[in-house]
Design a protein around this ligand. Structure first.
Ligand code: K7E
Ligand code: CUA
Length: 622
């Protein structure tokens, strides 16, 4: 323990100015261009035209609120899935359903995408994500790569460490980065230790209805909860998360939250928490079932860990969890079995905020300090159980053996990696093969675009004895975390099937119509190559006339049941656009408050006569 105190003090400055460490790498000559086997690297990432990538990579879009999809090993960006922010390209946030889901928010901060799991393995069905910016959780359906549900999480501020799912997607846990008074009521900051709380929410998912739901919440001490991970196999009922600012500082956190040599890992049993809820051991706070751990004991424990940890990761066999020190150059390996024993023997070193603290020595298995490796943040695993930890300050990936602590290999990356992601890396059976470093700074890697540069992702080949960086691509803000899944696990649909129960759907030209109810106008129309038909019986079936002030609903069905033949629907000068994918029915609603003549047009180039796919919205003045 003594060892890291002096180092950590120096590190604090280093962590904040990681860029100064770039110079250290001049002797590594590891830039892709300088690599002597450029050709063999190129072959490894080359996916010939007509062939497809082996993996999907789902990368967090950070404060863009979106998720970016890449293919691995080509590292080609395939798609953006809008989740927490509107996206004109797909009409997300414009059509009625997605607009309602976004709830008026125009941005989100998506950090950790999490794939749904069956028996600890990605099942390829759904992707979950949380929003640190506006405290929401979302689910994306991987049949269509579209967001299906978003819920606002009350009583919480910034669910950063989420989303990590339990091994059969029973729960995802959303502990918060910021402590606030419950319900975000006003309380002076002097009351921080007494009145503020960090709240963890347990969210469930109804796969049939595709709906998220808050099962219960836990009022944790007023600390910052950082990364979390669910247990696996023998530790499957448990989950772990890191904390910082257990100092309970209320200002200048960079100094004041780094005072203590130890913060904690929170170890909790989610089955016991669920049982407490069943037994009525909770209080109602703002409509949520809130467990107070100082009153209801037995499900939550604290484990001391070196200074302001960031990541904590459970090994694929579920036997250990590894915390990375951020301000201590240490990866600490803990044993679940030891923790369970310590709990059984009540081997406590007292309590903190009414929560028992387990003896560090009783749970810790080893501290690993690779020489000069600084700023460990997150750990991933390969098929042999070997660990790969990102070093933010020394800008490298360190491969090491969690069973022995031995350092096996190191490779520099450009620069300052936050997370990395291994192929199927969070499952009980990672693939090895590939690791992608998600770097915070690309600095001198690409053509300059001015003072602010893109982040970078570097593909690392794990198949040999030595790690090898084989590709580098720029990434939009901000790849915090990603998950990589075998491509054949994801089964997308080609077209939306006909839905006879959808009252808004119209599949035949003769069923197109305009229905007026008072000042509401409902247009039941179709889009097809290369025209709109809003009312087949009208003199001009592709134009609609309404009165100024009318509430207008365009229900549009794309009757081109043909893969990739998607249509757009934009109203010129009305700030409206949506996409209607093959077979899909989509609705856009607005108040026609501006009188005049407004062209309607298709925004997706859909045929040789796409340009002709137009009509008019006429808004008759009052
Ligand atoms: Cu960027 Cu996971 Cu939000 Cu670490 S987090 S780096
Ligand atoms: Cu439909 Cu262009």
């Amino acid at each position: 323990m003594k060892k890291w105190i002096p180092i950590a003090t120096g590190l604090l400055a280093g962590f904040m100015t990681a860029a100064i460490s770039f110079a250290d790498f001049s002797n590594h000559s590891n830039t892709v261009a300088a690599n002597s086997d450029t050709k063999s690297n190129a072959e490894k990432v080359y996916v010939p035209f007509g062939q497809k990538d082996e993996y999907y990579l789902f990368a967090s879009g950070g404060h863009s609120g979106q998720m970016f999809i890449y293919g691995v090993p080509s590292m080609r960006e395939i798609r953006t899935i809008p989740v927490f922010s509107p996206d004109p390209a797909t009409g997300y946030g414009f059509d009625s359903e997605s607009k309602k889901m976004l709830g008026g928010y125009t941005w989100g901060d998506l950090h950790h995408p999490a794939l749904s799991e069956t028996n600890g393995d990605y099942n390829g069905k759904f992707m979950f994500a949380t929003d640190v910016g506006n405290s929401r959780a979302a689910v994306v359906d991987l049949k269509t790569f579209t967001t299906k549900d978003i819920i606002k999480i009350p009583n919480t501020s910034g669910p950063h460490c989420a989303a990590f799912v339990t091994q059969n997607t029973e729960y995802m846990f959303l502990p918060t980065r910021f402590a606030t008074p419950l319900g975000q009521k006003y309380e002076p900051l002097d009351q921080y230790s007494k009145k503020y709380r960090g709240v963890m929410s347990a969210v469930t998912f109804d796969e049939k209805k595709e709906k998220l739901h808050i099962a219960y919440q836990v009022a944790l001490p007023p600390w910052s909860y950082d990364l979390s991970d669910a247990g696996k196999k023998s530790s499957g009922d448990w989950a772990v998360m890191t904390t910082y600012n257990t100092e309970e500082a209320t200002s200048t956190l960079e100094i004041n939250a780094s005072q203590a040599d130890r913060d904690y890992i929170v170890l909790f049993n989610w089955k016991q928490l669920a049982q407490m809820v069943k037994d009525g051991k909770y209080e109602n706070v703002g409509g949520q079932k809130m467990i107070f751990p100082e009153k209801e004991k037995g499900a939550i424990y604290l484990i001391p860990v070196a200074k302001s940890p960031h990541g904590v990761d459970v090994t694929p066999d579920g036997k250990r969890f590894i915390a990375a020190g951020k301000l201590a150059p240490t990866m600490t390996v803990f044993s679940f079995a030891k923790a369970f024993k310590a709990i059984e023997n009540k081997d406590f070193a007292g309590e903190r905020n009414g929560i028992p603290v387990l003896q560090y020595k009783s749970v810790m298995e080893r501290e690993v300090n690779p020489e000069n490796a600084l700023g460990p943040l997150h750990t991933q695993f390969d098929d042999k159980g070997m660990a790969y930890t990102t070093m933010f300050i020394s800008s490298e990936i360190v491969k090491w053996n969690p069973n022995t602590g031995e350092t096996l290999d190191r490779v520099p990356v450009q620069y300052s990696p936050g997370h990395s992601v291994a192929a199927e890396g969070d499952t009980v059976a990672p693939d090895g093969k590939y690791l992608v470093a998600l770097n915070k700074l690309s600095k001198d890697s690409y053509l300059s675009v001015g003072p602010s540069h893109p982040e970078s992702m570097q593909l690392i080949d794990l198949s040999g004895k030595k790690m090898k960086v084989i590709q580098s691509v720029p990434a939009n803000p901000e790849p915090h975390y990603a998950q990589m899944i075998k491509a054949d696990k994801i089964k997308t649909i080609n077209v939306y099937p006909k839905d006879p129960n959808n009252p808004d759907a119209v599949y035949k030209q003769k069923d197109t119509r305009i229905v007026r109810k008072g000042n509401e106008v409902h247009v039941y129309g179709i889009a097809m190559r290369s025209r709109f038909i809003f009312d087949h019986s009208a003199k001009r079936p592709d134009s609609v006339e309404v009165n100024q002030g009318d509430k207008v609903f365009f229900h549009l069905t794309n009757i081109d049941f043909d893969e990739d033949i998607t249509h757009g629907f934009a109203i010129n000068n009305y700030n409206l656009n949506m996409e209607v994918q093959p077979g899909q029915t989509n609705t856009i609603e607005f108040t026609a408050d501006k009188a005049g003549t407004y062209p309607i047009y298709c925004t997706n180039f859909c045929s040789a006569l796409h340009q002709e796919m137009t009509g008019y919205l006429l808004v008759k003045p009052k």
